[in-house]
Design a protein around this ligand. Structure first.
Ligand SMILES: Cc1ncc(COP(=O)(O)O)c(C=O)c1O
Length: 464
């Protein structure tokens, strides 16, 4: 039976007070003496509204997941949205330009949406209808991904698992590896690796003094080391998350650096989870895939996505490539366990999205995706030129849609707040990606051209 609700408040009750919602007006007080929630206890709460009117709320007896409770503040991007909304309330007439969250803005090429529309209409016919598909994804799409992105690298159709996006697969991979592994991440990097590790229970608490979670290895990447960690100082971990081109620094690891990384993983018996979500943005001869490095198939798997190539951030389609050669210490294939997790927690990507994915990989689709990527790369050049002309040290941009601007000696959140307040342009504070991002701001090149030009004008006025 659910716990009953006790309406009366014992006289000695208000011994402890905690805030239930981050900034809400509802406060909850709980007796720690009388009502420590043992199995049979009735949990009683007295709520104190700001008006001091007393109310009683019902709480279940279910304890909160202690790992989720460890998470420091909110996830970065919802926090930025919150600040953006507050800014818009303060300046309702301002034309706010968002170069923050990293969401795409340009329409999906017609050759891709037409294929999705056709597939969608087919679903209204007896001949064309299909329900659940294979959890691993459509065979044709798996084959097309294998041949397009891994042509002669020895990755086969059966090594590809289609997903509803790379972020979702990061969490599914965490389920595969479980709570008892130790992870390493680049610092700074995309926050989902750390947050999913915290939720999984792989980490200690957040340590405010160093802005890090316990039991995670943060591999510092900064201008001094060319944004590639000094592996001679990195202790062994089971898992190494490695994102190249990196979000947020925009830097892509070279062939030599990735060769070192693969060797490092091999020496330590570690597994690299390589995130290549921005590989199509690479302009120089940096590898597009970790599997270009000899021996990588024994120590790495790769996640990727159509989000930033085809504007699929809303459509949702990505993939994970797991070579058969990648084995656990007991000799069993990692792909086998990933397949088990996928079959348990996922029923396959949308059939309409997968039709779109196939269209992306047709010759017309590849050209159209190349044009979308090219458009954002032109935006990147405008942003790089803007900050360079203002005398800032600017990184990234060449191989990624992100520009990483240094504001030495300043707090990232302060710079973020100043830019927002004075130009109505939303950026992303570098420290949100890890302590190594402090003093930097990430500027995203995803935006309509007129907004990029307008933002450039306003930034030039602010920092001239
Ligand atoms: C490095 C990186 N990986 C994964 C993702 C998420 O991709 P998806 O939209 O496929 O979930 C992002 C999104 O910004 C990203 O920056």
């Amino acid at each position: 039976m659910a716990s009953s609700l006790q309406l009366s408040t014992p006289p000695h009750f208000s011994s402890k007070r905690s805030s239930l919602f981050a900034d809400g007006g509802l406060k909850i007080t709980r007796s720690s003496k009388l009502f420590l929630p043992s199995k049979s206890d009735v949990l009683v709460c007295r709520c104190v509204a700001t008006s001091s009117t007393e109310k009683t709320v019902y709480t279940t007896k279910v304890p909160r997941n202690a790992n989720i409770a460890k998470l420091n503040a909110g996830y970065l991007f919802p926090e930025i949205s919150r600040r953006r909304s507050a800014h818009m309330l303060k300046y309702p007439d301002a034309q706010v330009i968002s170069l923050g969250i990293g969401d795409t803005t340009e329409p999906i090429p017609d050759v891709i949406t037409s294929a999705m529309a056709t597939r969608s209409h087919e679903l209204s016919t007896f001949e064309g209808y299909s329900g659940y598909g294979a959890e691993q994804g459509d065979k044709k799409l798996r084959g097309a991904i294998a041949s397009t992105y891994y042509g002669d690298l020895g990755i086969e159709e059966s090594d590809i698992f289609i997903s509803d996006g790379a972020k979702c697969d990061i969490s599914r991979l965490q389920l595969v590896f479980g709570a008892n592994v130790r992870i390493a991440v680049q610092d700074p990097t995309y926050p989902a690796y750390v947050d999913s590790g915290v939720i999984m229970g792989q980490t200690g608490s957040f340590q405010k003094d160093v802005e890090k979670y316990g039991n995670i290895e943060y591999m510092r990447c900064n201008p001094d080391n060319g944004f590639f960690p000094d592996l001679s100082t990195v202790p062994r971990t089971d898992i190494i998350f490695f994102c190249s081109p990196n979000n947020p620094t925009g830097s892509a690891a070279s062939r030599k650096q990735l060769t070192q990384l693969v060797q490092f993983a091999k020496d330590n018996g570690s597994i690299i989870i390589y995130d290549s979500a921005y590989a199509m943005y690479i302009s120089d001869d940096s590898p597009r895939s970790i599997f270009e490095i000899p021996g990588a198939k024994e120590v790495a798997l790769e996640i990727s996505s159509f989000s930033k190539y085809a504007g699929f951030t809303g459509v949702r389609l990505g993939w994970t490539a797991i070579p058969k050669e990648l084995l656990f210490s007991d000799g069993l294939p990692v792909a086998k366990d990933f397949n088990r997790i996928v079959c348990t927690s996922f029923n396959g990507a949308s059939n309409i999205a997968q039709a779109g994915g196939l269209a992306c990989l047709s010759s017309e689709g590849l050209k159209a995706m190349g044009d979308v990527v090219g458009f954002y790369k032109e935006n990147t050049e405008i942003i790089v030129d803007t900050f360079t002309s203002l005398g800032f040290n600017v990184y990234g941009g060449k191989n990624a849609p992100y520009v990483w601007v240094h504001f030495p000696g300043r707090s990232s959140w302060d710079v973020f707040a100043e830019i927002l307040e004075k130009t109505h342009v939303v950026t992303t504070p570098g420290s949100g990606f890890g302590p190594g991002g402090e003093g930097f701001v990430r500027v995203s090149a995803f935006g309509h051209r007129e907004n990029i030009l307008e933002a450039s004008k306003r930034l030039k006025q602010l920092f001239k």
